[in-house]
Design a protein around this ligand. Sequence first.
Ligand SMILES: [Zn+2]
Length: 495
Amino acid sequence: MSYKILSAEIAHETNTFSRIATGQQAFHNRYYYPGEEALGRRANANTELAGFVDAAREYGWQLDHVHSAAAGPSGKVTRAAFDWLCDPLVDALGSGDYDAIILGLHGAMVTDFCDDGEGEILHRLREVCGRQLPIAITLDLHANVSELMCELADIVVSYKTYPHVDMRIAGRQAGDLLQAALKGEIKPQTLRVSRPMLEEVNGGRSDVGPMVALLEAAREWELRDDVHAVSINAGFARADIEAAGPTVLVTAQGDMDVHRRFAESLAEEMWRRRGEVMNEYLDVEAAATIAVRHEADAGPLVIADYADNPGAGAYGDSTTLLRALLEAGVSDACFGPVVDAVAVQQLWQHQIGDHLQISLGGKTDPDMGGGPLELKVELIHKSDGQYSGGGAMIGGLQGSFGPIAVIRVGGIEVLVVSLAEQMLDLQQFKSFAIDPQAKSVVALKSMQHFRADFEPIAARVIVCDSGALCTPRYRLLEYHKLPRPIFPLDPELDP
Ligand SMILES: [Zn+2]
């Protein structure tokens, strides 16, 4: 028999420390695609929706996709935006005769009226469909998973990679499990365990460190007949909410005590290894010193400004690293992005080749990552900021920085953009006449995702903490709602 399935993708990772509230426009800025358009744009790429469609094709589902929407990480989602995302889903569920629901969620959404955005979405749906209809959800590896989410969703599948490159696989896995549940072959439920930690100690890095072994154990446990998915969520630390932090989830059936003991063993291992931080967070001067000495012959030095990653809700306009690179006299370099719509507007008044004075970056909160730089620059490129991804994460997907300008200052080409997006694909430079492979130094704003596309071209990667909003020095942030004590805020829990 052919099942009728309701689907949607709704994603936001909320940095509750950000001054920038997240309204409807923020979703339009990244993407908001109604059903058909979403299928056209996302069903043939590395997305959860593509995984849902793969399952639908195999099982002959009638998949009614409501919409796909994501905003870049930023402050709390407004009630108006949340209702705008949620209402069409609730309305569709109420008016159709559905057999199940499948959702691609992030898992770290906080709204201005509720700290558990995804829990609220599931709650509103359950109010319409009751407890019997199966619901499957996928989550980002950086989800802050609440008990409510695990209670209201039957099937939970999180990505197992960071950089995230398994969205389609996670979507497909959720789809396969949903089909099995519909046919009565499995009766899944999801349990959750945690430790008093703000995040997995390497933010969930799946290329090195403790997560490698944990994910391997998770995959192995998934091979059992009574286990359907094991998800290890690193958590998202820049959220001052009760449910912030890493979790281990097991979607399974049978003797749940056995599965709980397994989950506890993984959580305990994560806790035991909380001292094993893999990144060395250099200050900007140390990063600039390494940059100025770097020999270009072997390939570029890649410097990641971890703290100003727009992909975690930083403003992307921190100036301390650029200032240090300029003061050190670094040349043959590119830097991007600097998020500054005002500077872009000013630059757009000029012709390519013009020299002018601008005030760059540092405007959102000069206390987090430095104030504006007063610079004499040459305008070398302008564009509408559209790009098409080429790497493992966003290959074939369209993205946009909004209007952009490329300037040359000293020996550095700087990509100045209007919309805050993380640098995670070479095309985000190449589309704007900057060739990172040809540079001696490539400075970019990202924590970890850049590694998917930039590590292969890098002679060396270093990570720096510019002091911007996403600094890994969590003790600089003021948390009020977290259960205390918690690692790494409270010294008594230090390893
Ligand atoms: Zn993530």
